[in-house]
Design a protein around this ligand. Structure first.
Ligand code: 2HG
Ligand code: ZN
Length: 472
């Protein structure tokens, strides 16, 4: 399964009949960055990385690996946080050289791309054609669309446009035995039996190597309005969400929870960030409206809904950004929380979801349970609560010994995940399972679902050569 040292040379010889020698990398300095996941808590190893340039090459590589029993880890931008793209002795198949936009069809509102395209490259191509590709995540300047599809990425626009799988019309995949599944259709309706394309989305590269995809585009956004509101309490977060939806129809694109500790992180460690409101309150939200029309509509409706919420006592104070720099300042708060949170003496990440109406109860009760376990512990629950997704990251009390906190990781995880489970939630909302959450998979995933997943894996990859040891 792993490529042993003694196998390296003869295997490289065989590979060089399929791909250019420039695309075969054994230098460990070059491979190094591909062995560490974004969070940095998982270090892998691999003797070899290959960077093929087309699906035919990948097909031949898969056949070779299948014959030789050598496992492959597909890798995109390596921006995941559950180590799904990190090898453990297997070879890395990087898709970074498959980065062409194949075609864009503005009239059909579709774009067809190779899987190594960077997300921002696709956003840009759509914009240049007066269209909009809505997936938006922190790593959009370096993550690849193949990785986004493989992990069914979420982000800040799911509220309106759905997860990655909702944006995929067709897909092209190289299977473990080298067959190429060609379903790059650009259809909105295609009821021809099982939706096979969907099993590769969220499969984290365990069922095949995605080489291209056809994606949905939307009308170009002409006008974005960003607001920041402080809330009376956590329950008000859901009440305000309702009001915003009711007042605006479908203008609401983002609704992100920012706790007071998030504002502390942003202003303390972020780059020149100012507090948006005079008084720092415990619970706050970032609100974004997007409009395809270039007029004052979005601004006026946001203002009206915030005024109404203040009268109702739901919102304590609010501001609507009236310049690009004010807008940037608000979104910089959001980014700074992700980046600087580890500076509070370490962090334990949990990417979870519960039904939207259960968000306040989940956050409150989890905080209480964590405080019973370690008084003064500092939870930082934030993020995409508009779709029930909370990044429930946990930091230690001030001056708490770092190692002692790390040693408590599995207890803390258990407190968070069991509370998620009791509210009918998911222990993996948008980041996937990878290696990091395999234990929870066994504990919380429906047994029959798990059996079917194993059956599908055995059917498509009987020799277990595509990303072995991940998810299952
Ligand atoms: C985000 O929403 C990312 O910014 C990362 O999903 C969240 O791990 C995190 O803290
Ligand atoms: Zn997120």
């Amino acid at each position: 399964m792993k490529l042993l040292k003694k196998q390296l040379k003869p295997f490289v010889n065989k590979l060089s009949r399929i791909i250019d020698e420039r695309d075969i990398i054994t230098d460990q300095n070059t491979i190094g960055p591909h062995l560490i996941d974004w969070v940095g808590n998982f270090h892998g190893n691999s003797p070899l990385m290959i960077t093929p340039r087309n699906k035919e090459q990948i097909s031949q590589i898969a056949k070779l690996c299948s014959n030789e029993n050598i496992a492959i880890v597909p890798q995109g931008g390596n921006t995941g946080s559950v180590a799904a793209g990190i090898p453990n002795g297997e070879i890395i198949l990087s898709l970074k050289k498959m980065n062409k936009i194949i075609e864009i069809n503005p009239n059909d509102y579709t774009i067809t791309v190779q899987s190594g395209c960077i997300l921002s490259q696709i956003q840009e191509a759509a914009k240049n054609a007066s269209r909009f590709f809505p997936l938006s995540i922190g790593s959009e300047g370096s993550c690849t669309i193949g990785g986004n599809i493989s992990t069914n990425a979420g982000g800040i626009s799911v509220l309106k446009y759905g997860n990655m799988r909702d944006l995929v019309l067709g897909i092209e995949v190289v299977l473990a035995d080298g067959r190429i599944l060609n379903s790059l259709k650009r259809l909105r309706k295609d009821n021809t039996g099982y939706a096979i394309k969907h099993i590769f989305m969220g499969a984290e590269g365990t069922l095949g190597i995605i080489t291209a995809a056809s994606l949905r585009l939307f009308p170009k956004i002409e006008n974005k309005v960003t607001g920041f509101a402080s809330l009376k309490d956590l329950d008000s977060a859901i009440k305000l969400l309702e009001i915003l939806k009711e007042f605006s129809g479908d203008l609401l694109t983002s609704y992100e929870l920012i706790p007071a500790i998030g504002l502390h992180i942003a202003t303390e460690y972020g780059d020149n960030i100012t507090e948006p409101l005079k008084n720092r309150e415990q619970w706050n939200v970032i609100i974004e409206f997007s409009d395809t029309k270039n007029n004052n509509n979005a601004h006026d409706i946001l203002q009206e809904s915030l005024q109404h919420s203040i009268t109702q006592g739901i919102v304590l104070d609010a501001v609507i950004a009236n310049s690009i720099s004010q807008t940037n300042n608000i979104w910089k708060i959001r980014k700074a929380i992700v980046e600087h949170q580890p500076k509070l003496g370490g962090e334990i990440k949990h990417d979870v979801s519960v039904p939207i109406s259960s968000v306040p109860e989940f956050i409150q009760t989890t905080i209480e349970k964590l405080r019973e376990y370690i008084p003064n512990i500092r939870p930082v629950p934030y993020g995409h609560i508009g779709d029930g997704n909370i990044h429930f990251n946990v930091c230690p009390p001030i001056d708490y010994p770092e190692q002692l906190f790390k040693d408590k990781t599995s207890d803390i995880r258990e407190i968070v995940y069991s509370n998620v489970n009791s509210l009918g939630g998911s222990f993996a909302a948008e980041h996937g399972v990878g290696i990091i959450k395999k234990k929870q998979m066994l504990k919380y995933k429906d047994k029959v679902e798990l059996e079917i997943m194993k059956d599908i894996k055995a059917l498509l990859d009987p020799k277990n050569i595509i990303n072995p040891g991940k998810i299952l």
